[in-house]
Ligand binder design. Structure first.
Ligand SMILES: NC(=O)c1ccc[n+]([C@@H]2O[C@H](COP(=O)([O-])OP(=O)(O)OC[C@H]3O[C@@H](n4cnc5c(N)ncnc54)[C@H](O)[C@@H]3O)[C@@H](O)[C@H]2O)c1
Length: 267
């Protein structure tokens, strides 16, 4: 308890795309259980409010905010609203991400631009507006939710997903160096095969694994992992908790792989 006591944490993509626990929702709740006040942002107002409601229902502190963070005006409004509500931002968790299927040959130009806006531009915009706040405060911790798809071909055809996440890794590293003197730490988490609503609901993902059968997809994903099973949203949340807390005060620019060993394998 109290590993984030007194901190203000902004979780972007704090809702879940379907019933159950997504990475952002579990992260927001974990941060609050450790003492942070959590500013829960999502494009889906009901999803942001659900997460904030879980936190306040447990006696924690949270506020919900609706924004499409692929849009600069929404991100500026989000940062202003958090400062108005809580006065500072100690932790920024950039969790928004979508997986759309297709190779470079198949993806349309419009789809390419859309996934880059949602997965990558969103994190750039949030960092652009939050880092100056953290510099003035004397520091902060930024956590970018990437994926092992940024460093491996997972056998799934989703070039926009893999490419945006790879770019996010390098944005993390270069920003970590550039803002280290300001005590602004920037790290990435690379989740592996997690059992979350996002995976169940991403169009074409179950089709890639198992002709659309979600239960068969879960079995196939379990079988790929050296530990014998997928991870869950709490595994990502606990990694984020470490990076958000002062326990990681000398850690910046890393890619924290949370994958049960799957990237260690050849196949
Ligand atoms: N589940 C996995 O196996 C896995 C593996 C690797 C990485 N990841 C990463 O984890 C992150 C998502 O995890 P999750 O389980 O919380 O997903 P999720 O889809 O359940 O939740 C993400 C939330 O982001 C919101 N969102 C989407 N676009 C938005 C936008 N433009 N503006 C504001 N909000 C927006 C959605 O409404 C949703 O509530 C993604 O970055 C994803 O790439 C997941």
């Amino acid at each position: 308890m109290d590993r984030l006591k007194g901190k203000i944490a902004m979780v972007v993509g704090a809702g879940s795309i379907g019933p159950g626990w997504g990475n952002g929702k579990a992260t927001a709740v974990t941060f609050a259980r450790e003492g942070a006040a959590v500013f829960c942002v999502d494009r889906n107002a009901a999803a942001a409010e659900e997460t904030a409601g879980i936190i306040t229902g447990e006696g924690g502190k949270a506020a919900a905010f609706t924004a499409d963070v692929s849009r600069a005006a929404d991100v500026e409004a989000m940062v202003a609203a958090c400062l108005k509500t809580y006065g500072r931002i100690d932790v920024l968790d950039n969790n928004v991400g979508i997986a759309e299927m297709g190779s470079v040959v198949e993806v349309s130009e419009a789809e390419w631009d859309r996934v880059f806006a949602v997965n990558l531009k969103s994190a750039y915009l949030a960092m652009k507006h939050v880092i100056p706040v953290m510099q003035k405060q004397g520091g902060g911790s930024i956590i970018n939710i990437s994926s092992i798809a940024s460093i491996r071909h997972l056998g799934i055809s989703y070039v926009t997903y893999a490419t945006t996440k790879a770019a996010m890794n390098q944005m993390t590293r270069t920003s970590a160096v550039q803002f280290a003197r300001d005590h602004v730490r920037v790290n990435a988490i690379l989740p592996g095969l997690m059992k979350t609503p996002m995976v169940a609901h991403s169009a074409g993902l179950a089709a890639s694994y198992s002709a659309g059968d979600v239960e068969a997809m879960w079995r196939a994903r379990d079988a790929q992992v050296p530990m014998g099973h997928m991870g869950d949203a709490w595994d990502v949340a606990n990694a984020a908790l470490f990076l958000a807390s002062d326990e990681s005060k000398y850690v910046t620019g890393i890619e924290l792989v949370v994958d049960g060993g799957v990237t260690l394998k050849v196949s």
